[in-house]
Design a protein around this ligand. Structure first.
Ligand code: FAD
Length: 349
């Protein structure tokens, strides 16, 4: 019998912002991975300390494992840098552990400036900072303080969502402006001065904040960056159509990979992982291999339980062929269903 080992694999981001603005607690979107054993999949909770892709051997805190096939899906960690200033009124937007402090700070915010700075690229889920500002805007309006709180989102990128193309970026910029949310592009945070409550950008611009909810830069997990799998930047660079790495029997998917044109998002982690799984089956059975063509979508949530899907082909040349529909309640329902279906299908929730 062939042994297939999946390292990591997760799906958690979607539910974090709902917790932040009080829509729903994070636990309601959380399942236990040990329920996988009911499907004949052994689940080992351990720290992976080394990956030898040549021998397909994995060293963990629970011992060493040898595999016929490996799927590396270890995600991305948060690279800090400017985040060293994440204290006081500055928080880490993507850290589930920071949610209680962020909720408390938000409930005290009655006036001033709320800034969501994207600290650099790549970062997880490119639409998430904008989604966060829409939900925060709605939250502040509900509390009746929005006219006294300025909301600003900053990004080092030239437009809001370059990975989705200029048409989508323009639509996002317009939607932000309609809600009186200021979008400031091309601003790379160099220092977060938590004492002065000020962001200092490359080139000398500064921006003070009353509350900052910062989006961290994504970094490859150390165990990946230190392995022979690591390419440029410490990421794994699999073939983007087959999810194969240069090592026989070793596949990679999700946020620990760098795939030209593909954002770090769960939908693409799932798409690449599905291709990896099918290609492992093809190797075992001689069936036809599968390839990923870059098609997919990201949800972008708006106030009043509306959402839009940024949908299309992210591999299209010369530019991504991605379309953004007007936000509506049907897409919001689709987003909820997206989460519920996976929690049920995978974890039996
Ligand atoms: C606020 C926010 C909102 C988001 N919204 C969306 C959305 O609406 N739609 C969407 O598609 N995506 C969204 N995302 C992105 C999504 O969460 C990620 O892209 C997705 O989780 C990536 O899956 P993954 O399996 O590659 O990595 P992960 O989900 O990060 O899973 C990797 C796993 O590997 C484990 N691991 C790492 N190193 C080790 C080690 N050494 N030993 C043992 N275990 C290890 C980690 O603990 C983790 O459990 C969002 C992200 C955030 C932060």
């Amino acid at each position: 019998m062939a042994h297939v080992i999946v390292l990591g694999g997760g799906f958690g981001g979607l539910a974090k912002l709902w917790d932040l603005v009080g829509t729903r607690p994070l636990e309601a979107g959380t399942g236990r991975l040990d329920t996988l054993t009911g499907r004949g999949i052994a689940f080992v909770k351990a720290t992976i300390m080394g990956i030898d892709p040549e021998r397909r051997r994995v060293e963990t805190s629970a011992g060493a494992y040898d595999a016929d096939f490996l799927v590396v899906a270890l995600g991305a960690t948060d690279g800090f840098g400017a985040l060293d200033g994440l204290q006081g009124a500055a928080h880490h937007l993507y850290d589930p552990g920071a949610l209680p402090a962020m909720r408390a700070a938000l409930s005290r915010l009655d006036a001033g400036r709320l800034v969501v700075p994207v600290l650099g690229g790549p970062y997880k889920c490119p639409p998430a900072p904008y989604e966060a500002t829409f939900l925060l805007d709605e939250h502040l309006r509900r509390r009746g303080v929005r006219d006294r709180v300025e909301v600003v989102v900053t990004t080092p990128l030239p437009t809001s969502l370059p990975a989705a193309g200029s048409e989508v970026s323009d639509m996002v910029a317009r939607a932000l402006a309609e809600r009186d949310i200021e979008l400031r592009t091309g601003l790379m945070v160099e220092v977060m001065d938590s004492e002065a409550q000020t962001l200092r950008f490359a080139g000398g611009t500064t921006l003070s904040y009353t509350l900052a909810l910062a989006v961290p830069v994504a970094a490859p997990p150390a165990v990946v960056a230190e392995s022979a799998l690591a390419g440029d930047g410490g990421w794994i660079w699999p073939d983007r159509e087959s999810a194969r790495t240069r090592f026989e029997g070793v596949y990679a998917a999700g946020d620990c990979t760098a795939v030209d044109g593909l954002p770090k998002a769960a939908v693409f982690a799932e798409a690449m992982a599905t291709v990896a799984a099918r290609n492992i089956v093809a190797e075992l059975t001689g069936s036809t291999p599968t390839s990923f063509d870059g098609s997919g979508y990201c949800f972008l949530e708006f106030p009043e339980r509306r959402a839009s899907a940024l949908e299309g082909n992210f591999f299209a040349k010369p530019a991504p062929a991605v379309h953004m529909a007007e936000p509506d309640t049907a897409t919001y329902t689709r987003k909820e269903a997206f989460e519920a279906e996976r929690l049920q299908e995978w974890l039996g929730l």
